[in-house]
Design a protein around this ligand. Structure first.
Ligand SMILES: [Zn+2]
Length: 318
C-alpha cells in the first residue's frame, strides 16, 4: 500500500490538468489539455480522455489505485455528474462514469474545485495540523471547502463549504446564483474592480482595470481603491465569522488571485473579523494566506482519492 499512487484530474474552464501523485504528494507525471469549454459535451470529455490516456501511457500507471477529480462546479458527487457554470456543454454530465471507463475501471472520487483546494491546503499548506478549517479561493469567483474533525468534509454532493454563495447582505445586489448579497457578489476580483470604477477610481496608463490593479492603487494610498478592498474584506469577514460560529473552525485560509493583494486585503479583513466574530469560541480564529500554488487542484484531488482508497481498504479489512 505504501507503493500505491493515485491519478488526479483538475478540470476547469480553461485547462484540464492531470497527474500521477504518490503518497507523499509528489507529482510523478503530468499531462494537460486546454478545455474546449464552448464545444459540445462529447468534445470536452474527449480532452479529458486524452489526458487520462497520456497518464496511462506512463510506466507508473500500473501502481495507480484510484483517481480523484476536482472539477469546476457545481458537481454532484452523489450522482457522479458535473454541471460547471463555464462549460455549458456539460449539464448533469456523467463525468465519473466516463473517467472510470477511460481509466480502465479505477475507483473515481469526485469533489468540487473549492473542496480540492481545501484538501491540498490541509495536506501540504497553511491548514496543515488544523482539525477544523475553512479554505477559500477568492478570484473571479469565490469558492471554498471545509475540514471538520480532522477530515475533509465534501458533503453529500461534494460542494460543502461553498462560502461564495452565503448571503451577507440580505437586500444586496442580485447574484448570478439567484440569491442576493452573496459574498462572491461583493468580494470577487471583478466585483472589487467594478466597485472601484463605480466610485471614480481611474486605472493607470496601461488601462488595467483588474482587481490586481485596484490593489496596487490601494497600496499607493488611493482611497476609493482602499474602500473597495475594505468592503470585500468586510463581506469575507462576515462569511468567515458565520462559518466559524456554525462549525467552530480554528483557521480560515484564503488563496486565489485576490489574496495576492496581501495586506491590502488581510489587514481590513482581520479588523472586520473583530466586528463579526464576537463570541468567545470564535475570537481566536486565525486568518492566513494559502500556501499551495497552481498544483493545489491536482494535489487536492489526489488527496481525496487517497482518502477514499484508504477508507475502502480499511472497510474491507475490518
Ligand atoms: Zn450567489
Amino acid at each position: 500500500m505504501q507503493n500505491d499512487i493515485v491519478a488526479a484530474l483538475d478540470i476547469g474552464g480553461t485547462k484540464i490538468a492531470g497527474a500521477l501523485v504518490d503518497r507523499q504528494g509528489r507529482i510523478l507525471v503530468r499531462a494537460q489539455r486546454p478545455t474546449p469549454a464552448q464545444e459540445d459535451g462529447e468534445t470536452v470529455v474527449r480532452a479529458v480522455e486524452a489526458v487520462v490516456a497520456e497518464l496511462a501511457a506512463s510506466p507508473h500507471w500500473g501502481r495507480a489505485r484510484a483517481l480523484g477529480i476536482g472539477s469546476a462546479g457545481p458537481v454532484d458527487a452523489s450522482k457522479g455528474t458535473v454541471s460547471p457554470v463555464n462549460v455549458p456543454g456539460w449539464r448533469d454530465f456523467p463525468l465519473v462514469e466516463r473517467v472510470a471507463a477511460a481509466s480502465g475501471g479505477l475507483p473515481v472520487e469526485l469533489i468540487g474545485d473549492g473542496v480540492a483546494i481545501t484538501a491540498a491546503e490541509h495536506w501540504q499548506g497553511a491548514a496543515q495540523g488544523y482539525d477544523n478549517a475553512l479554505c477559500m479561493v477568492v478570484s473571479t469567483g469565490v469558492g471554498g471547502g471545509l475540514v471538520l474533525g480532522g477530515r475533509l468534509h465534501p458533503g453529500p454532493t461534494g460542494n460543502a463549504g461553498h462560502i461564495g454563495h452565503i448571503s451577507v447582505a440580505l437586500d444586496g445586489d442580485p447574484c448570478p446564483c439567484g440569491a442576493r448579497g452573496c459574498v462572491e457578489r461583493i468580494a470577487s476580483g471583478p466585483n472589487i474592480a467594478r466597485r472601484a470604477l463605480d466610485g471614480g477610481w481611474k486605472p493607470g496608463a496601461d488601462g488595467d482595470t483588474s482587481a490586481a490593479a485596484v490593489a496596487a492603487a490601494a497600496r499607493a494610498g488611493d482611497p476609493v481603491a482602499r474602500a473597495s478592498f475594505e468592503r470585500a474584506a468586510q463581506a469575507l469577514a462576515a462569511g468567515i465569522a458565520a462559518t466559524a460560529t456554525l462549525v467552530e473552525i480554528e483557521i480560515a485560509v484564503i488563496g486565489g488571485g485576490v489574496a495576492k493583494a496581501g495586506d491590502v486585503l488581510f489587514a481590513p479583513l482581520r479588523r472586520a473579523l473583530r466586528d463579526y466574530a464576537t463570541l468567545s469560541f470564535v475570537q481566536n480564529l486565525t486568518v492566513t494566506p494559502a500556501m499551495t500554488g497552481t498544483d493545489a487542484g491536482l494535489v487536492g484531488a489526489a488527496s481525496a482519492a487517497l482518502g477514499a482508497r484508504d477508507a475502502a481498504v480499511a472497510g474491507v479489512g475490518g
